[in-house]
Structures are given as C-alpha cells and as structure tokens.
Design a protein around this ligand. Sequence first.
Ligand SMILES: [Zn+2]
Length: 307
Amino acid sequence: MLKLELLQAIGSSYYLSGKLSVGVYLNEANRTAVLIDSGPNAGIAKALDRLLRNMGYRVSAIINTHAHVQQYGGNHYLQENYPDLRVYSSELSAPFIQYPWLSHSYGAAETLLLEEEKVKRQVVVTDIISYEDGAIQIDGATFAIVTLPGHSPDMIGVITPDNILYGSDALFGKQTLLRQKLLYYSDIKGARATFNKLSASAVSSYVFNHGGYCTDISELVHDHLERLEQCLQDVEAIIRANAMTYEQIVKEVLLHYEIEDNSTAYMAISSIVRALLSELKRTKKIDCFVEKGQLVIEQSNVAPRTI
Ligand SMILES: [Zn+2]
C-alpha cells in the first residue's frame, strides 16, 4: 500500500499525500487536528489518524466540503474512534452525508446501477453551516467558509488561519485534466461563478482534493473554462446531427470520448451530460419535448421532427 504522508502547505496547514489531498489544520495550542474532509474510506482515515497520533495530535473536528463519498467516507471510522468529534457540513450536504441512500432517489435511470447499501452506517453531522460565506470557530481557531457551487450544489471551501483556501473539487489538478476530458460539474453556470470567486479570493494559496497545493490558479481556471466550453460544443454538435433521447446522447458522449463500459463511468457521465444539457437549455441552444413516450432533445429553432 502507498505510504501516506502529511505534507505542509503553509504554517499549520497541511494536506495528505496520495490521490486525495485531505486537508489538515494542526492547532498547536491544544494539540488538536481539524480535518477538511475525511478521505474516501475507513482505510485512509485510519492511516491519517495514525500519522496524527504519532505527531501527538488528536482529531477534534471534520469540516465536510460536500456530500460525495470521497469527501466523507472516513467520517464513520473517525466518529467511532473519537466520540466527541464535531462534524461540520453545509445545511444542504448534511442529510446526504447522514443518509447516503438519499442520493439514490435522485438522478435518472442510471441510479438503477447502484447496489443497495448492505450496511447502513450511521454518521452524525453535529454542526450545520448555513450556506453563505461566513466564519466558524473550532478550538479557538477561525476558519472562513466560502460557498463554491458548481461541482455540487452544496459545496463549500475552507480558508484556514494561514490564509490558504481548501477548494475541494472546485478545480481539478493538471494530472486530472490530462486523464479526463469530461469534468464533473453539476451546474456549469455555478462552476464559472466559482472559478471567478476563487480567482478573486485574497488568499496566499490553494489546496484542491484532486491536485494538491498550488499558488497560482490562473492557468488552471483558463483550462477549465476552455474544457467546459469544448464539452458544451461537443454535446451541441451531437444533437445538431440528430434529435435524440437523453440516453442516446449519453451513449454518443461515451463513444465520442472513448470511455470504457462500466457502471461507475456510466453514472458519472450521465450526470455530467445532464449538467451540460441543462446549460445548453438555459442558454436556449436546445429544446426538448416528449414524443411517443420519449424525452426528445433537439437543437433550438428547428421544426420538431421525429427521431
Ligand atoms: Zn466531489
């Protein structure tokens, strides 16, 4: 197994090495650690906890940035090992972190691919953060909360006392951009606004879940904007060729980007396509209607036609 390390960003602000840069703020005054997300599973949370204990710290709080399992998968392990642990999340994320099966109720047919949860692990969110920019105090340290919608509607970022913005999944690192053509955003308009907000933020540097530490995000933001625009154009071109159903569009996108057949990729791409279609609809590039029991999507300003 890959040996995980705690990497220092600035001052008391750290992040975990490896695939996901879990955020850590070490409060030296009382030897407590505040985590920004808890990692994707109990194994990572356990490894991180061991690192912290070896350094003489105990975990006192987790701030969950949004309700994706990669961010809250370690909560259960830590909550079992620290009975007085505080778990913070936005008011929108809290129910999905506490009851992950709720997300099965949303989305389209692709949710049929989800396995029924065999073990319902109880995770408790102890502190709700209202969905607005503000500040919270934990163990005497002040953390600024910034709303970052786009990747998911409930996402927040956290600025530590070292003036570093932990931006969660608002931007992806260069390696991810090279590996993935399609980026996971549920709200394209929100994502663009968040990119601007991140760029305008008066912080010294950033840490992103997929990408780690960086001091200058201007090139990254430019690449994200360009990538989103390209994806919108690709989907629009698919629809321009033929009016088609949502599932046909998902299929064409999977083929266009040469994405392999598996249920995880299918569900992720389905969500991404839905977001891209919503943006094309919002900007009046496409229309949709129901015909013969099918949801048909077509380019705007053309006479309805049968698929
Ligand atoms: Zn996410």
